[in-house]
Design a protein around this ligand. Structure first.
Ligand SMILES: Cc1cc2nc3c(=O)[nH]c(=O)nc-3n(C[C@H](O)[C@H](O)[C@H](O)COP(=O)(O)O)c2cc1C
Length: 390
């Protein structure tokens, strides 16, 4: 007998059951106004629920105004922003899927332009023409610009750290109030919490810098504070950059230590991405010295080795992401113990019905019963007509 298909096996974490293992990775849309969700956000996120992804994450949603990547990023630092998301969570629920929010603070990488306009930081000379208060003063563990020509962030002092922690806590509570049932803390891609972890961006000489314990302190404090503020049955994820892939940067061994500590702090899943400080990784920690090429850096499942190690060594569930394209590939990742969940970004934007197409391909839904009922009968009919014409 063949093994049961794992991609469509429900997963219960704490008191929350995901109906399958397909996750929509957080995807910035750069389409919010004053941090408020627009009709675009409803259409975008609802589409994935119609496609029956088990867990649908919002884009990186800023916990405070200065924590937005761009002026067009989604925010949840006030009640109006939270309420604007309620129709989205209720639609996702109505499809039997679980709505999740990625809570984020951009740190030194804040106050930039959306990638589909001119990329990069918004220069001070554009202060009058830019919308929504941009550019604004970015904050970071240390006053280090992201790169030459970037703004210099202000170093967060003790009061500033408390403010940020409080912003994460209040944002988490608002998210729960409007129906999100999974929260993810964004600790990857060079944004604020990652920049505390990495020795490349954290040069502090107080308790929040120095050795790995010092650098982990703030992200762990935020995790504990958020965990304490949300219901017990709600899963808490954290997205990390498992490696910086730069000389002197954060390594996979560090990620294993951090995964263990995050589990103790109340996190349930580590979502394993990479890079973001000084760009994409130049080498992998396990073959350090051997430079990555554009191809080797973006092979299908290129980040699965990170989630596999976290799962095997850190005593916490893991999620794999990055060039997961084919349903059989996704299934193999789960069957071989590479992850508990798979997240898709670009592929599911290209095909929002990916989970339903995967169910068909893996023989889980031969009669199209998983499709929303409004479509199911017609999609079944389509298959019959197709067969007749073959
Ligand atoms: C348009 C776009 C927006 C993204 N926005 C976010 C984001 O808000 N937060 C985040 O952690 N990653 C973000 N990412 C990264 C994706 O979540 C994902 O990790 C990455 O695209 C790799 O997965 P993929 O190969 O399936 O696309 C974004 C990627 C894309 C293409």
């Amino acid at each position: 007998m063949s093994k049961p298909v794992k991609l469509f096996e429900p997963l219960t974490i704490r008191g929350t059951t995901l109906p399958n293992r397909v996750v929509v990775s957080p995807l910035c849309m750069y389409s919010a106004v004053d941090g408020l969700a627009q009709p675009w956000h409803f259409a975008h996120l609802s589409t994935f629920a119609r496609g029956k992804a088990g867990l649908v994450f919002t884009e990186a949603t800023a916990v405070e105004a200065r924590g937005r990547i761009t002026p067009a990023c989604l925010g949840i630092w006030n009640d109006e922003q939270a309420e604007a998301l309620r129709p989205i969570t209720s639609f996702i629920e109505s499809m039997g899927c679980v709505p999740g929010m990625q809570l984020a603070h951009a740190g030194a990488k804040a106050s930039t332009r959306p990638p589909f306009s001119a990329k990069g930081p918004i220069p001070l000379s554009e202060a009058d023409s830019a919308t929504d208060g941009a550019p604004w003063q970015a904050v970071a563990p240390s006053a280090l610009p992201v790169a030459d020509g970037w703004h210099v962030p202000a170093e967060l002092d003790q009061a500033g750290l408390q403010e940020v922690t409080q912003a994460f806590v209040e944002a988490a509570q608002r998210a729960v109030d409007v129906g999100f049932r999974v929260l993810e803390l964004h600790m990857a891609h060079g944004y604020l919490l990652h920049s505390f972890l990495s020795p490349l961006t954290n040069r502090r000489d107080d308790a929040y810098g120095g050795d790995i314990d010092g650098r982990m302190r703030f992200p762990l404090e935020v995790t504990r504070a958020v965990r304490a503020a949300i219901p017990d049955e709600l899963p808490l994820f954290a997205r990390i950059s498992a490696i910086d892939g730069r000389e002197g940067g954060w390594t996979m061994d560090d990620s294993v230590v951090f995964g263990e500590r995050m589990a103790e702090a109340g996190a349930d899943v580590i979502d394993c991405s990479s890079g973001g400080i000084g760009g994409a990784p130049r080498f992998r920690s396990d073959d350090s010295g051997k430079p990555l090429t554009a191809n080797s850096a973006r092979m299908p499942g290129f980040q699965v080795p990170f989630s596999r190690r976290i799962r095997e060594e850190a005593g916490i569930k893991s999620m794999a992401v990055g060039v997961i394209i084919d349903p059989h590939q996704a299934e193999e990742i789960l069957q071989s113990g590479g992850a508990d969940l798979v997240a898709l970004g670009r592929e599911i934007m290209h095909d929002p019905f990916w989970p339903l197409h995967a169910a068909e391909a893996l023989g889980v839904d031969p009669d199209f019963k998983m499709w929303p009922q409004q479509y199911a009968w017609a999609v079944d009919r389509r298959a019959q007509i197709k067969a007749l014409n073959e």
